[in-house]
Design a protein around this ligand. Sequence first.
Ligand SMILES: Nc1ncnc2c1ncn2[C@@H]1O[C@H](COP(=O)(O)OP(=O)(O)OP(=O)(O)O)[C@@H](O)[C@H]1O
Length: 248
Amino acid sequence: MIAVDLDDVTKTYRGKHGAKRVFENLSVRFPAGSAVGILGTKGSGKSTLIRLIGGSTLPDRGRIRRQGLVSPPIANTRAYHASLSGRENIHFVARVNGLDGPTASAFVENFTGLGATLDQPLSTYTRESRARFLFAASYALPFDVYIADEALFGGSGPFRERCAALVQARRAQASFIFATRSPQMLRRFADIGGVLHDGQLQLFDRVGDAIRTFLALDKATPQSDDTLEEDDEVDEERDLDEPFGPLE
Ligand SMILES: Nc1ncnc2c1ncn2[C@@H]1O[C@H](COP(=O)(O)OP(=O)(O)OP(=O)(O)O)[C@@H](O)[C@H]1O
């Protein structure tokens, strides 16, 4: 069974300074029921790939087929409206996907301990409340495929570890496709490893083989001495600094 299938996908960004082709005739099949962790150096196209899989950006050519429901990227602030409460946002995303909102918001209330805050506008949340909301809400709805660009889990203190355990629990129920610069994230959360390089994605059944291939490439790439080896605290939370925006 295939979760997501990219067939001959070409993606080019066109701007004032010319065109940037990120992928040319990229074909790859992500198996259902597995967690695929994709490593790539800066600018290799990780975010673009996740956006293509999620459907928030379209390919110039080629086809992307999805079996079942694909989540918005984990903890992606763009999935939510700042002026709505946490609960209203969850119900909205649930409705758009034909899923059960009240069950999901009850899960978030219980998992985060946010209490009455869940009924306040997201714009009023503290940084920690925001992180708790974003991660719990991401896993509250039963998607068939969860996708992530760096951020798989977050928050601080005991919440952070409970959040990591939640990712492991969802791995038993759904497929994952996540992109990262952290080999450690692959060791912890991936069944299959991928390496994105020169517009192509190579998948490895053994995560260790993907990590070795990536580290060799990373060493050979100039100005890439910031590979996140142990903890990718900063990048994991990159999205959380962005203001909430409208739905994509
Ligand atoms: N909207 C855009 N317009 C023009 N070029 C873009 C745009 N978004 C990304 N790019 C370029 O496409 C390439 C791939 O970008 P992308 O963000 O997908 O890579 P990445 O691997 O996620 O990078 P990072 O590790 O820095 O997050 C880069 O060269 C980037 O500069």
